[in-house]
Write a protein that binds this ligand. Structure first.
Ligand code: HEC
Length: 141
């Protein structure tokens, strides 16, 4: 049988489109599990993450951080599916997992940016509960 490179190419593209989100979800879960264990250790009454609390964290304007960036939305826009902007004017891919499927799948990257951005916005580290809520919210968008 003659190979059909075009069709095979299309099949591979489709396969990748279907596989990437599944693999990304598998990589995201251990990160969430780690935050859940830490949240539980801090509060035995911890009953799971909340997308609603994550949305509040995302939208709230805080007074204790950098005056130029009072909220996560200062850079990420108030639409989770929207393209954000750094202070230097560079684009930031949407935070919503439906738009950027590989979000929150690299533990080092996740911790680095929570560290930097929570200090800039809240003036302190985010708690494990806040991090889990935030990712849960963005994974629902
Ligand atoms: C000063 C601008 C700025 C603010 C304010 C900001 N971020 Fe970000 N954030 C960035 C940039 C830049 C990146 C890295 C680029 C990228 O991941 O596309 C990033 C990445 C992240 C990531 C890593 C995402 C991943 O792919 O793993 C997380 C988590 C995050 N931000 C959370 C927050 C939270 C929570 C807040 C509010 C408390 C916030 N950010 C506020 C600029 C900002």
């Amino acid at each position: 049988m003659k190979a059909e490179p075009k069709r095979m190419g299309l099949a591979l593209v489709l396969l990748a489109a279907l596989t990437v989100p599944v693999l990304a979800g598998a990589a995201r879960q251990p990160i969430l599990d780690g935050y859940a264990a830490a949240a539980k250790a801090g509060d035995a009454a911890f009953a799971g993450f909340s997308a609603a609390r994550g949305e509040t964290l995302f939208q709230t304007k805080f007074a204790a951080g950098d005056a130029e960036t009072p909220a996560c939305t200062s850079c990420h826009t108030d639409n989770p599916g929207g393209t954000g902007r750094t202070r230097a004017g560079k684009d930031i891919a949407p935070m919503a997992v439906s738009k950027t499927p590989d979000r929150y799948t690299d533990r080092e990257k996740v911790e680095k940016w929570f560290g930097r951005n929570c200090k800039g916005v809240l003036g302190r580290e985010c708690t494990a509960l806040e991090k889990g809520d935030f990712i849960t919210f963005m994974a629902s968008k």
